[in-house]
Structure formats: structure tokens, C-alpha cells
Design a protein around this ligand. Structure first.
Ligand code: ADP
Ligand code: NI
Length: 214
């Protein structure tokens, strides 16, 4: 298992060379560490948790022309090459396929604990100071406006509208980031998310104060 995890780290680092800063190896490393921390508090298969955390953004559809199957193909080929068991491969692929926020309307019920853990970890990395940094970086990458007081957040977007993401970066807080705290699956996840949520509220207060120069 040690070797498989180490080989996966090498593989992911190489694959994510040059990725947008919010979805690069350091995002994966944080999600992997957060996943391990949450996994300690749950009864779960640690190997599946670690592999899924490491591979979850290996081929994000938004950077691959919307292709939602590429990550699954790439991950399966890698894990087969490492002689992982079919049982482990299937569990890891199920997590990669169903973890995403934008797919939350389509996921099956009774999700496995391993998915819940990695999903919490990925969502925790989307909020707090790191989440703010990632969100502005992504907005800049897309050349979206930072804020426009005349553009209202869209609270119930379809998956396609969400993916187009040409709204403002501040609106992304209302469309996604501030909703994540209440979507946490695990107790540990709730605890970490609560603190980060409060920090985002403070940030927004200060942002509007500075925006509205009087
Ligand atoms: P998921 O992969 O869970 O569906 P996304 O990939 O859409 O979630 O979002 C991951 C991160 O990318 C967000 O937490 C945010 O930091 C950034 N991001 C995504 N969409 C936007 C957007 N429209 N504006 C700013 N940041 C965004
Ligand atoms: Ni991620």
C-alpha cells in the first residue's frame, strides 16, 4: 500500500504540472491530508480514501473540454498498471465520478463513507482563506469580473449554467462557497468548515466596506 500511494503521488504531480493554481498538486496535497485527518475519525477503508483524494482532479472536465469520462479512464489505466484490485479500482472510480458539487443533483443515495470523507475534504479546501484565494485565482483565469453590484447571484443554476461560470467572483460565494458548510457529511468536516465559513463572512463584510468608498 505504501508503494501504491507513493506511486500515485508521483503520477498526479506529473499529470498536474502547469495546472491552474486552485486545481494544482498543492490542492491535491491539501485534500489528501484533510481526507486522512477526517478518515481517522471514521470507520473506513483508508487506502480507498487516499487514492480517491489523490486522483479526484486528475482530469477535471472543466479543463478538458467538458469530457467527464477522461478522469475515469486515466485513473483506471493507472491503477490497473499498479495491479490494484478490481474492487479498489471500482470504489475509487465511483468517488471520482460522484464527488463534484455541480453533479450533486444526480448522485445516488447511500453514498459510501469513503466518498463522504473525500467530498468533505475537497469542499473544505474550497472555503476559508484558501478557498477565497482559489476562487479569485479561478475568476482571474476565466477573466471574470471580481464584483459587479448590478449582477445578482443565481441561486438555482442548472449544471450547464454553473459550468459556464461567467458570473462575478463575489457571486460565486453565494452560488457555492457559503452553501458548503451545511453540505458537510462528517462531524469532523462540520467542525473544520464552521470556522472557515465564519472567516469568509468577515472577508465579505470587509470587501463591501472597502468597495463602498465614502
Ligand atoms: P466541483 O469540482 O466540486 O464541481 P468546481 O470545480 O466548480 O467544483 O469548483 C472548484 C473551485 O474552483 C471552487 O471552489 C472555486 O474556488 C473555483 N471556482 C469554480 N467555479 C468558479 C467561479 N465561477 N468563479 C470563481 N471560482 C470558481
Ligand atoms: Ni478538488
Amino acid at each position: 500500500m505504501k508503494n501504491l500511494i507513493e506511486n500515485t503521488i508521483e503520477f498526479v504531480k506529473e499529470k498536474l504540472e502547469g495546472a491552474e493554481a486552485g486545481h494544482d498538486w498543492f490542492h491535491i496535497e491539501r485534500v489528501w491530508k484533510l481526507s486522512k485527518k477526517i478518515a481517522e475519525t471514521e470507520d473506513c477503508n483508508q487506502e480507498v480514501v487516499e487514492l480517491a483524494a489523490l486522483l479526484h482532479d486528475i482530469a477535471d472536465p472543466k479543463f478538458h473540454n467538458g469530457d467527464e469520462t477522461l478522469a475515469l479512464k486515466v485513473s483506471r489505466a493507472f491503477l490497473e498498471g499498479e495491479n490494484a484490485s478490481e474492487e479498489v479500482i471500482e470504489q475509487v472510480l465511483f468517488i471520482i465520478k460522484n464527488i463534484s458539487f455541480k453533479n450533486r443533483g444526480e448522485v445516488p443515495e447511500n453514498l459510501p463513507i469513503e466518498l463522504k470523507i473525500v467530498q468533505d475534504a475537497d469542499r473544505i479546501d474550497a472555503i476559508g482563506a484558501i478557498g477565497i484565494g482559489r476562487t479569485f485565482n479561478f475568476g482571474g483565469f476565466k477573466n471574470n469580473p471580481m464584483y459587479d453590484p448590478n449582477v445578482e447571484p443565481k441561486l438555482s443554476m442548472s449544471k450547464d449554467e454553473y459550468k459556464k461560470s461567467n458570473g462575478t467572483t463575489i457571486n460565486h460565494f453565494y452560488e457555492k462557497l457559503l452553501l458548503l458548510k451545511d453540505l458537510m457529511n462528517t462531524e469532523k468536516g462540520k467542525e473544520i468548515a464552521g470556522e472557515r465559513h465564519d472567516f469568509m463572512l468577515k472577508f465579505l463584510d470587509q470587501f463591501y466596506k472597502e468597495w463602498n468608498v465614502d
